[in-house]
Design a protein around this ligand. Structure first.
Ligand code: HEC
Ligand code: HEC
Ligand code: HEC
Ligand code: HEC
Ligand code: HEC
Ligand code: HEC
Ligand code: HEC
Length: 482
């Protein structure tokens, strides 16, 4: 602890920026103190963590993250193989998925009348996606990984082309699975740097160390039997996200739950960010914003949506100067509502409503008398629900806040899937039609979600990226020139 204190005071001194920016100082502390940020710390894999943390392992392995990636097997697949034929009308191809001797195959074929005039049979090697929403399929050709042209959408129990393969963009067996994609969906793989999609080996699912950092030093220290009282102190051999600054914790989830136009910082790769570090030192993630398109969101955008909520903004302000060992308890982060070791499917829905009520409700029984007494606990929320039907209901506390304030709906990037909008706010009236919105839509600009003022150079890169990778519209180029 003495060492920790010493290091802390040095950091404090040397990192004090002219503006006295508190958050930078906090992050630098995180970064300097954790022993597993050092290059000598190695990844040891989930099976080593399991040796001492069995019960966490047992629930985690059944989460979407624990099951995010695996070799293709009947057990892993969520697919329905009775109705596994799809058609790509534009490309004039049919596809069929089927099992043969425990190996999954996709048949690509073309019909002329009733005759099959063309056939191509390919083997599936990996399944990406737990099946919470989808299973997509990957083929390995000598270590080069490509996505294949069929996806199973579990919520609708239907096969279709994968997201991005529709409307004449069917890349068949050629869509490269690069490190950007892999590093959000799995433990870090052994990637051949310099290649676009070649891997020496890939892991099977997101492991503990993606949120806790490399484990070798922790395992060595704990194997000697030495212990730290983690209820009072921080074990600096491993990162416990609960004990990071709020931004530090948020950055871990944001590393993957913020998908957009990502620009890597000079000399950095998708391998380099480790929990406890500052994400914006490694990458800046941009999203395009449009006028009148507040309701639209992509699937992996939880971080962006949540950050727009008054609950997030106001409670973060309030908790700025907390001295708590677990700073996030004073604010609203992903971990306020989610225990990442337990799947949302296994989570009692009351956990979420309890989270709302912990800030928005005071009292133990119905709120008839108490609800109008606006309350101001430490969290600074002065509001209770103002919806008449909710107010009328004497069992306010058991109302499903989420159903109205975090409704589930389709995402704009992935078909046949619905996710919960994490932008918590008053329910939006749906009077504007889709068509109106299209007409009203107006590009405002690219916004950096995880960094306040990115350098002009990084911004210019983002505009070029947006043009090349996403939508070739000329205004992106106009903005890049500015
Ligand atoms: C040899 C047993 C052992 C292994 C293996 C092990 N741990 Fe631990 N871990 C412990 C013990 C004991 C504690 C609690 C006391 C402590 O931190 O000293 C702990 C505490 C932790 C904490 C909390 C630290 C804090 O400050 O609150 C985290 C997080 C953690 N372990 C993650 C991991 C991860 C991830 C792995 C795999 C890379 C792992 N552990 C492997 C024994 C182990
Ligand atoms: C390495 C990337 C990565 C990191 C880091 C990460 N996630 Fe995830 N998370 C994913 C992916 C990918 C999925 C979807 C996996 C699937 O279903 O195939 C997911 C799914 C989830 C789910 C839904 C799945 C379930 O079974 O409950 C929750 C909740 C979640 N993440 C919360 C978090 C939180 C909270 C954090 C930060 C503490 C976090 N994630 C950090 C990549 C990540
Ligand atoms: C910035 C990180 C990131 C990148 C890059 C990314 N994804 Fe995802 N993806 C996610 C997260 C997070 C989810 C889970 C969202 C949820 O559960 O609501 C997801 C969801 C998915 C799912 C559905 C999983 C399920 O069953 O819930 C599939 C399949 C998928 N992505 C495939 C891909 C492929 C293929 C690529 C690369 C071409 C890719 N993703 C790139 C973060 C990312
Ligand atoms: C998606 C991110 C994520 C993954 C993956 C993950 N954890 Fe955690 N872990 C967290 C967060 C966040 C906390 C803090 C939770 C809290 O205190 O509310 C935590 C806390 C812990 C703690 C401290 C628990 C305590 O009660 O103080 C241990 C030990 C731990 N994790 C072990 C593991 C092991 C072992 C695995 C893999 C089987 C794992 N974690 C996978 C995010 C993750
Ligand atoms: C960490 C505390 C916290 C949690 C948890 C929390 N909120 Fe809030 N919420 C706030 C604060 C603070 C405000 C802003 C109050 C103000 O403006 O005075 C707020 C504002 C709101 C608003 C008004 C938003 C607006 O734009 O006018 C709604 C609606 C809301 N919360 C609903 C919820 C729901 C539903 C949940 C659970 C899913 C929830 N909140 C969880 C703290 C919280
Ligand atoms: C105020 C509570 C709350 C907070 C904060 C919160 N979530 Fe959620 N989350 C929910 C609820 C409620 C669901 C839906 C659970 C269900 O399916 O019943 C959900 C579902 C999810 C899912 C599954 C896919 C979906 O959208 O249905 C993912 C992934 C997820 N959350 C990630 C995150 C991440 C990442 C953060 C932080 C940026 C976060 N959540 C913060 C309440 C919350
Ligand atoms: C039946 C749908 C419904 C449910 C259930 C519901 N709300 Fe609301 N809530 C609304 C609507 C609609 C409004 C906006 C009403 C208005 O215009 O004043 C609102 C407004 C709010 C506000 C903003 C109040 C203000 O003065 O700005 C908060 C905070 C809030 N709700 C919290 C909650 C919490 C916490 C729960 C769960 C205990 C909950 N709501 C359950 C529909 C609902």
């Amino acid at each position: 602890m003495l060492f920790a204190f010493f290091a802390l005071s040095i950091t404090f001194y040397s990192c004090k920026s002219p503006e006295g920016n508190n958050t930078t100082i906090e992050k630098k502390q995180d970064t300097l103190l954790y022993k597993n940020h050092h290059d000598s710390a190695k990844y040891v894999g989930i099976n080593t963590c399991k040796l001492c943390h069995q019960s966490i392992y047992n629930t985690f392995i059944n989460t979407g993250m624990g099951k995010s990636f695996d070799v293709a097997s009947q057990q892993k697949s969520a697919g329905d193989y009775h109705t596994s034929v799809i058609q790509d009308k534009i490309g004039d191809f049919y596809y069929k998925a089927f099992w043969k001797n425990d190996s999954l195959h996709f048949l690509e074929y073309r019909l002329k009348g009733r005759d099959t005039i063309y056939k191509r049979l390919e083997t599936v090697n990996y399944i990406i996606g737990s099946g919470q929403h989808t299973n997509s399929h990957i083929q390995s050709v000598n270590g080069y990984l490509n996505q294949m042209p069929m996806t199973f959408y579990t919520q609708k129990k239907t096969w279709d082309l994968p997201p991005g393969f529709e409307n004449g963009h069917n890349s068949r067996f050629m869509r490269k699975i690069g490190l950007e994609c892999m590093s959000c969906h799995n433990s870090y793989p052994d990637f051949v740097l310099g290649s676009e999609n070649k891997y020496q080996s890939v892991e099977k699912g997101i492991g503990c160390e993606r949120c806790h950092g490399p484990g070798s030093i922790h395992v060595t220290e704990r194997s000697t039997g030495s212990k730290i009282d983690t209820s009072k102190y921080i074990d600096y051999s491993i990162v416990n996200p609960a004990k990071l600054s709020i931004e530090g914790q948020f950055d871990i989830c944001q590393r993957c739950h913020l998908q957009g136009n990502t620009v890597l910082k000079e000399g950095k790769s998708f391998y380099d960010f480790k929990p406890g570090m500052k994400l914006s030192d490694y990458m800046t993630v941009f999203l395009p914003k449009y006028k009148n398109a507040d309701d639209e969101f992509i699937m992996a955008s939880h971080a962006d949506r949540l950050k727009q909520s008054a609950c997030f903004i106001k409670s973060l302000e309030k908790s700025k100067n907390t001295k708590s060992l677990r700073p996030y308890k004073e604010a609203l982060t992903c971990v306020t509502c989610h225990n990442p070791h337990v799947s949302v499917k296994e989570t009692n829905k009351e956990v979420f409503n309890d989270a709302c009520n912990s800030c928005h409700y005071e009292g133990t029984e119905g709120i008839q008398d108490k609800r109008l007494k606006m309350h101001d606990k430490n969290n600074g929320s002065k509001l209770t629900c103002s919806d008449k039907s909710v107010i009328r209901n004497s069992t306010f506390k058991t109302q499903n806040c989420v159903s109205c304030h975090m409704p589930s709906s389709g995402s704009i990037d992935i078909p046949h899937v619905s996710v919960h909008d994490h932008y918590i706010r008053k329910p939006q009236s749906k009077t504007i039609t889709k068509k109106d919105k299209q007409a009203l839509k107006e590009f405002i600009g690219l916004y950096a979600i995880n960094e306040k003022n990115p350098k002009p150079f990084i911004k210019a890169k983002a505009y070029l990226n947006q043009y090349e990778k996403f939508e070739p519209r000329s205004y992106y180029l106009d903005s890049a020139a500015l």
